[in-house]
Design a protein around this ligand. Structure first.
Ligand code: PHB
Ligand code: FE
Length: 339
């Protein structure tokens, strides 16, 4: 049942656990001490899907900070968002045959700014004081459990870091440092913090730049949050520190590359639309992989590790893949064939 309705935030009294209810189209979002609940209309009455509130908050944190990212962000197999660049779809059951085959799924499509405003308000309301959905669970504890207790505005208003050309260049985003309030993470205490020496030929002093990227990532204060470290046209190098479970299953609307900079991440790769398992990819330091444009992926990092995500921000790509003009995997690109 596809609907295109404007969003209305419900400004009613909080539920008995103290949290407010929110609405996107006819989708209603509520939380209690342990769970987030998503309900939507169907022919036989409203349907409900329940997921753990911490899972919901960690996923919502990324949606808000990333402006809904590229393509699909699955909070779990049932509920998620799709970025249509200017508009955002919220779906329930759309990619689950049990719902879709019975026409019991639901999609609300709303303007991007309405989606962002609603999600920001929800995140602020549902996040208790002391709980930070952007950091590793071991670093924030269980404050997400229980009735509403205060809020954590500074944490939930963090945005994805970005730069114009390259971090550390004069006038561009700074490299993380103690002075900036970014201390070396406990897991990266052994990462050297020195900086490269730059010896430029006379006349090229302003044309050469080098940084210690490992030192920068060792000081990341969030997990599973790629921040842009360098930009060349539409080519973005995004670095991130990863620990525990990637809070979303992400499905790209384009190909992206992973360069494993340290330690190890295990990736679970599923079909984008059916969720059927396609592959398990274990990446160790130095490994490089291309993620196809027709999959979802979720990472598992037993130890905090460093990852570089190479993104192509060309706005024409989603259409080109959707029309079949570009094959979904690099192998087919290289072979020049169609799937
Ligand atoms: C991804 O979707 O490719 C992704 C997202 C967040 C990360 C790493 C990878 O931290
Ligand atoms: Fe991705």
């Amino acid at each position: 049942m596809a609907r295109h309705l404007l969003n209305v935030t419900l400004r009613n009294a909080p539920d008995d656990a103290g949290y407010r209810r929110f609405r996107v189209g006819e989708l209603e979002l509520s939380r209690d001490e342990y769970f987030a609940h998503v309900t939507w209309p169907s022919r036989g009455g409203r349907l409900t899907h329940t997921l753990p509130a911490d899972v919901f908050l960690r996923a919502m944190m990324r949606c808000v900070a990333w402006d809904f990212f590229y393509g699909w962000v699955y909070f779990d197999d049932v509920f998620g968002t799709r970025n249509l660049y200017g508009r955002v779809q919220f779906y329930a059951g759309l990619y689950v045959a049990t719902y879709r085959d019975r026409n019991a799924h639901y999609v609300a499509t709303v303007p991007r700014d309405v989606a962002l405003r609603t999600c920001r308000e929800l995140l602020l309301d549902w996040t208790n004081a002391g709980y930070d959905p952007f950091v590793a669970p071991a670093e924030t504890g269980l404050g997400w459990i229980g009735p509403k207790r205060g809020s954590n505005q500074a944490a939930v208003e963090r945005r994805r870091g970005t730069c114009r050309r390259m971090i550390g260049l004069p006038g561009d985003a700074p490299i993380r440092s103690d002075e900036q309030g970014f201390t070396v993470n406990r897991a990266f205490a052994d990462v050297p913090q020195d900086a490269p020496e730059i010896h430029a030929e006379p006349g090229f002093e302003h044309a050469l730049h080098a940084i210690n990227l490992f030192a920068h990532v060792s000081r990341a204060d969030t997990t599973w949050n790629p921040s842009v470290s360098s930009v060349c046209g539409n080519s973005l190098f995004c670095t991130t520190a990863e620990e525990y479970l990637m809070p979303v299953k992400h499905a790209n609307d384009r190909i992206e590359w992973f360069l494993q900079l340290s330690d190890q991440i295990e990736w679970k790769i599923e079909d984008r639309d059916t969720g059927e398992l396609r592959a398990r990819v274990v990446m160790r330091a130095g490994d490089v992989a291309a993620m196809p444009a027709d999959i979802r992926h979720q990472g598992f990092a037993r130890k905090r590790s460093m990852l570089l995500v190479w993104e192509n921000a060309d706005p024409a790509l989603p259409e080109a893949y959707a029309r079949g003009e570009l094959p979904p995997s690099m192998r087919e690109h290289v072979q020049g064939g169609q799937p």
